[in-house]
Design a protein around this ligand. Structure first.
Ligand SMILES: *[C@@H]1O[C@H](CO)[C@@H](O)[C@H](O)[C@H]1NC(C)=O
Ligand SMILES: *[C@@H]1O[C@H](CO)[C@@H](O)[C@H](O)[C@H]1NC(C)=O
Length: 146
């Protein structure tokens, strides 16, 4: 049973493709685009958090199969039927957002198709370095002349 399900995963990974991993700076916005086979154009697309090899049981956000943008809290999802791809956006990224996610296509019959992406969150660029570079300038007598 276990082996059978696992052996089906590679097929699912081919129907939906996307980045293996993305790095986003803390506080900024993350955008992940996933492509799908044209035959899934009108299927619902979803984004979910993954804790294991198993498919997601609940979705963070999903489309109804149309190109209408769906937004919930910091997350939005938008399908593009022309490009055969959909984009998930996550705003105001926090360290807690780091982890494994899946972008997927819901199937009415049979198992869903999905692609897994690792999201890594980098520390926000420090202001301190910039400040210490700026301070000498503002106190530089040359700048204050006149
Ligand atoms: C959808 O994708 C097509 C082709 O890449 C692009 O020209 C179009 O601007 C996209 N539509 C939206 C709403 O982003
Ligand atoms: C540095 O900090 C100031 C004040 O907190 C903020 O307005 C500014 O956007 C920051 N700059 C960068 C590059 O993060």
């Amino acid at each position: 049973m276990c082996l059978q399900l696992l052996s089906l995963s590679p097929a699912g990974a081919q129907a939906v493709t996307g980045p293996k991993q993305v790095t986003v700076e803390q506080g900024s916005s993350l955008a992940v685009s996933c492509s799908y086979k044209p035959r899934y154009k009108l299927n619902s697309k979803y984004w979910c958090r993954k804790n294991s090899l198993w498919p997601c049981l609940t979705y963070i956000i999903e489309t109804d199969g149309s190109e209408v943008t769906v937004t919930q809290d910091r997350v939005s999802i938008r399908d593009n039927h022309t490009a055969n791809s959909f984009t998930v956006t996550l705003n105001s990224v926090t360290p807690g957002d780091a982890g494994q996610y899946s972008c997927g296509v819901k199937k009415r019959v049979g198992i869903n198709r999905w692609h897994s992406t690792k999201v890594m969150v980098s520390a926000a660029v420090s202001n301190t370095t910039e400040d210490s570079n700026l301070s000498p300038l503002t106190t530089n007598p040359l700048c204050l002349r006149d």
